[in-house]
Ligand binder design. Structure first.
Ligand code: NAP
Ligand code: MG
Length: 504
């Protein structure tokens, strides 16, 4: 394994931003937690404490929800035209782009992802998300509906539907793409005219707080976006259960997704969930083998495997199994690990000590259960500290092993051999509680369609993987979630339909 350690110099803006107190945004004002408590923010590449953020609890959540309610019911936001809302969203996109380097550095510092990736993917995708949704603000339309009411044969009606914002929305997001997950959530919610309380992950709150500043600078009125930083149990849970919240949109683990549903159950809040996955990535024996090797490796090692749609179960058809397994293992060993802020880094550290221990626990279980575990060469590491885990390829698994069944959320792929497509492959690919994404590598377009149609997943990538666009819906079948992110489909998450019937 290669390593790299030279770091990019932080911009003056990043230094100033990181160094300031990180407070909650409530009703347009930055304020400390009512308790006065803060929590530490770490650089996962070095384990150093880089900042402190407000440790918000129930009282802060109450204030944030009240501010969002006031802004929804009476604020200038509710009187703005869709076009004015769209312009603000577009400006947010422009400001993200104008501050691209600053956002990329914050992501690399706080999350550990390679700065090159943040510059090329996370930040531009976040900007595009706001621009795409800016266009939708003026296109949220109902229908006119011809009626045929049997018991009023002589009457005439004018009936139509209105799409109205659902109200106050709680959004709870994870740490794997801190800025992008905030953008995926905020852009559509703002396009619809809702107001929001956002809780970023406690591991990575910095870019969401910087984004909130950008939103205010773009002209978002006070109270429309409120940000509370803090922990899941003390901040996320009271937010998800708050009686003043009309809807909860959550991205994170399936386990916490269940808690969100329970918290929302007592007053039947609407809920959408984007949860975990154990996505099958399938290489057929007619595939372009080199492309499939690169694609299979990137599908799992991108973002250090901390992707809900990571291609974590690789299935390779018998004839080319050895070639592909060997190729992916070679790719893994060649990856340059290093701090997120190092320009040459291809894979950074995991986000936290917890995640580091979790992933290593899976590797221990694989070894104990008799799998063949191949990693890079740990002894060549030169950096000190940091939650680094080697990219790892696991062979000789069986379908009941934990590493094969459970979401690892780290740079760890199982490689399995298959013979028959129609029965064996489809059954094994679908044999999971999850249904987020899948990949198929083949030169035969008919095979790609026929297999893709039978996979119970929200996304199917053919001869590519991890391709995201603001216009393309993303979400899960089965326990991978409820509802979709992105595309115009996401707008449904934040709209109510009102049917209006007028006798004329
Ligand atoms: P998580 O606990 O599900 O965290 C996601 C968000 O939910 C965070 O903001 C978290 O706050 C908050 N949260 C936690 N408990 C809550 C509760 N009871 N009520 C309301 N909000 C709550 O995920 P994680 O701990 O960061 O990671 C654990 C595992 O989840 C990973 O190993 C991975 O398998 C999976 N995961 C999936 C995704 C995805 O995109 N689908 C993303 C991240 C993680 P805190 O910041 O305090 O945790
Ligand atoms: Mg957590």
């Amino acid at each position: 394994m290669n390593t790299t350690s030279e770091l990019v110099a932080l911009t003056a803006g990043v230094k100033a931003f990181v160094g300031q107190p990180h407070e909650a945004l409530i009703d347009g004002r930055w304020q400390p937690a009512r308790s006065g408590k803060t929590f530490e923010i770490y650089d996962p590449s070095s384990e150093d404490v880089i900042a402190h953020a407000a440790d918000c609890g129930k009282e802060d959540v109450n204030l944030a929800v009240s501010a969002a309610r006031k802004a929804f019911d009476t604020g200038p936001w509710s009187r703005m035209t869709p076009s004015e809302r769209g312009k603000i969203l577009w400006r947010i996109g422009d400001l993200i782009e104008a501050n691209l380097e600053e956002f990329a550095q914050l992501e690399a510092l706080d999350n550990g992802k390679p700065i090159a990736v943040a510059r090329a993917a996370d930040v531009p995708l976040a900007a595009e998300m706001f621009r795409y949704m800016a266009g939708w603000a003026t296109k949220i339309e109902g229908n006119t509906i011809p009626l045929s009411v049997p018991y009023t044969p002589d009457a005439q009606y004018h009936a139509f539907t209105r799409k109205e914002p659902i109200g106050v929305v709680a959004q709870i997001i994870p740490w794997n793409f801190p800025l992008l997950m905030a953008a995926w959530k905020l852009a559509p919610v703002l396009a619809t005219g809702c107001t929001v309380v956002l809780k970023p992950a406690e591991e990575t709150p910095l870019s969401a707080l910087r984004l909130a500043r950008v939103c205010m600078e773009a002209g978002l009125p006070p109270g429309v976006l409120n940000v509370v930083t803090g922990f899941g149990e003390s901040c996320g849970a009271p937010l998800a259960a708050h009686p003043g919240v009309d809807k909860v949109a959550f991205t994170g683990s399936t386990e916490v997704g269940r808690l969100i549903v329970k918290a929302a159950a007592h007053d039947l809040k609407k809920v959408t969930l984007e949860l975990g996955g154990k996505s099958p990535n399938i290489v057929l024996d007619d595939a372009d083998v080199e492309a499939a090797i690169q694609g299979a490796a990137s599908a799992i090692f991108f973002n250090h495997g901390q992707c809900c749609c990571a291609g974590s179960r690789l299935f390779v058809q018998e004839k080319i199994y050895d070639q592909v397994a060997e190729g992916v293992t070679r790719f893994a060993a060649s990856l340059r690990l290093g701090p997120g802020l190092s320009p040459g880094t291809q894979m950074g550290p995991l986000v936290s000590q917890t995640q580091f221990e979790r992933v290593n626990g899976f590797l221990t279980s694989a070894r104990e259960q008799g799998a063949k575990v191949a990693t890079g060469n740990a002894s060549s590491r030169t950096f000190k500290g940091g939650f680094f885990v080697e990219p790892t390829v696991i062979e000789n698994t069986n379908d009941s092993m934990r590493v094969y069944q459970e979401e690892i959320f780290g740079p760890v792929v199982t490689v399995s051999r298959f013979k028959d497509v129609d029965d064996e492959l489809i059954r094994r690919a679908n044999d999971t509680v999850y249904g987020l994404a899948a990949g198929i590598w083949t030169r035969d377009i008919s095979r790609a369609h026929r297999i893709g149609n039978r996979l119970r997943t929200g996304t199917v990538w053919v001869n590519c993987y991890n391709i995201f666009d603001a216009s393309l819906p993303f979400g899960g079948y089965k326990q991978s979630g409820w509802g979709r992110e992105m595309g115009h489909e996401v707008l449904r998450n934040y709209l109510e339909t009102k049917s209006v019937c007028m006798s004329i």
